[in-house]
Design a binder for this molecule. Structure first.
Ligand SMILES: Nc1ncnc2c1ncn2[C@@H]1O[C@H](COP(=O)(O)OP(=O)(O)OP(=O)(O)O)[C@@H](O)[C@H]1O
Ligand SMILES: [Mg+2]
Length: 497
């Protein structure tokens, strides 16, 4: 906003003061005291048009594309944001958003808002790993598919069959089908290797990965489209097939084969009958129709079991990413309708914090081409979970995030964020305050004042948009966003106002 400056008024035509201009107005017919003070004219301009007056206290024009999520903290203007609409409007380079804030500050609530909007636009919402669970009511209200994973008797996750890709490959046939099958085997190998790593708490050797891949290839070609399960991989390895012998280079010596393959055998058997129950041992029942929401509920797995939870999350991610790839390959061939997706990875930190090669595995599994029509929401507590110090490969995740949304975080987190985004002093102070006020509120068992306060950064250099996320009456009424329900009425969403 610019106002005529005193400098410019020096050059303006001087007002000739006449004696009939009095204190209260003009002493002439029609004159008199001024009833109201007119509002001065305001102008808006780009930095090019009014250069020299940059930086602005707030961005000149707020985006009108996307879900109306709340109000600008300063101007109270409506803020519209979702990663897909902003991508389509060329505001961000890829359709994904990384949401970072300390616990209880409304990350999942904001994600629900974005998902609700995209579901209304016809996107299929995929939630592989609802750990709290935060999105059960959301799924129920939208008529979605709610699959509960439990150690025994719950929904199955077959790591050999990511999302029914092999069945889709068989339907497609020809060169395109063969390419999809190769992708399916690659994805299944990554998933099984990650599970083995989690089970044995150590890395998987390259020849072990090659052995898994060779087994899967054999099983898929032998069974002609029938989906294998992990037990069949174990049984096949027992028969010392030539395809596996070739990749592990045992030179035809049985003792060498056993020495190399036995550790893998032990780890795979532990996956089937050990600490992970029967989750990874069974086939998944698949249907061609897609409900508006698919929610894999991992809440039955307790927080004290981080490895099992991470294993389930990884298998669930692999399954959903596989499903998207299968659907898009079928659509490319005209065998299925073209669908668009919103995929939400909440509680990303649970897997990343296990360290080791987990960040690499996450990177491998979540590398989706934006041409596949998937908008991603990634949610974590700290940018340091993704930091190069842990593992250089993970840098890709925050680089792949089109927009970064930052909620209340402490000072040391701001220092880490500094390497990824440029934050002005005012922005840093606000973020720190949202966190510090929230800590004291948590001690008093209230909804923190920092809940729902976020800074939306469309790029690392652009000034952020500070937003107060506002829950609609419907959201408050259904209580679906109240992830503190277990505390009774004390800390509900409705109490925030
Ligand atoms: N914009 C908001 N207005 C009012 N209340 C809110 C808002 N956002 C979140 N809350 C309340 O704060 C609580 C925590 O929200 P939410 O579960 O979304 O946080 P979170 O950041 O995902 O937490 P966690 O890291 O533990 O998963 C919820 O009960 C919700 O009702
Ligand atoms: Mg949450």
């Amino acid at each position: 906003m610019t106002k005529p400056s005193s400098r410019s008024s020096r050059h303006a035509r001087p007002i000739r003061r006449r004696k009939f201009i009095l204190k209260n107005g003009i002493a002439a017919p029609g004159g008199g005291s001024t009833a109201f003070v007119p509002v001065p004219l305001e102008w808006r301009g780009t930095t090019r048009q009014v250069c020299g007056l940059f930086p602005w206290a707030s961005p000149g024009q707020l985006p009108l594309e996307g879900a109306p999520i709340g109000r600008h903290q300063k101007s109270r203007a409506v803020i519209c944001f979702d990663h897909v609409s902003w991508f389509l409007a060329h505001r961000i380079a890829n359709p994904s958003v990384l949401i970072i804030a300390k616990p209880g500050l409304g990350k999942s609530t904001l994600a629900s808002k974005l998902m609700l909007w995209l579901a209304a636009l016809g996107y299929i919402v995929l939630i592989p790993g609802d750990t709290k669970p935060d999105y059960v009511e959301f799924t129920r209200r939208l008529g979605g598919d709610h699959r509960v994973v439990a150690r025994s008797g719950g929904a199955a996750l077959n790591p050999c069959d990511p999302g029914g890709m092999a069945a889709a490959a068989a339907r497609i046939g020809g060169a395109a089908g063969a390419t999809l099958l190769a992708e399916a085997i690659g994805k299944a190998t990554v998933c099984i290797s990650a599970l083995v790593e989690l089970g044995r708490k150590g890395p998987v050797a390259d020849y072990e990965e090659a052995a898994i891949s060779a087994c899967l290839r054999l099983l898929y070609t032998r069974n002609e489209g029938a989906v294998p399960v992990l037990r069949e991989v174990v049984e096949l390895l027992e028969t010392r097939p030539n395809a596996v012998r070739a990749v592990i280079l045992d030179r035809g010596v049985d003792e060498a084969y056993d020495r190399l393959v036995d550790p893998l055998q032990r780890s795979l058997r532990a996956l089937l009958d050990g600490q992970f129950g029967d989750v990874f041992a069974r086939r998944v029942q698949r249907t061609a129709d897609r409900p508006p929401v698919v929610n894999i509920d991992t809440s039955r797995i307790k927080a004290g079991d981080p490895r099992f939870l991470a294993a389930v999350m990884i298998a669930a991610w692999s399954d959903m990413y596989g499903m998207v790839e299968a659907d898009q390959a079928l659509a490319d061939e005209g065998l299925a309708p073209r669908r668009l997706y919103c995929l939400t990875l909440d509680e990303l930190w649970r897997v990343l914090r296990l360290g080791g090669t987990m960040p690499d595995r996450v990177n491998e599994l979540t590398r989706l081409n934006r041409t596949q029509g998937v908008g991603q929401i990634m949610i974590t507590h700290s940018i340091r979970d993704l930091a190069p110090g842990r593992n250089s490969e993970i840098e890709g995740i925050e680089e792949r995030a089109g927009a970064i949304v930052i909620g209340g975080v402490p000072k040391k987190e701001l220092i880490a964020l500094d390497s990824v985004v440029t934050l002005t002093n005012a922005e840093q102070n606000a973020i720190r305050e949202w966190w510090s006020t929230s800590v004291s509120a948590l001690e008093r068992n209230e909804v923190p004042p920092g809940a729902g306060k976020f800074l939306i950064k469309a790029s690392s250099e652009d000034p952020g948009i500070p937003v107060d996320v506002v829950l609609t009456s419907a959201e408050t009424e259904w209580g679906g966003q109240n992830t503190n329900k277990v505390w009774g009425g004390g800390r509900g969403a409705g109490d925030a106002r």
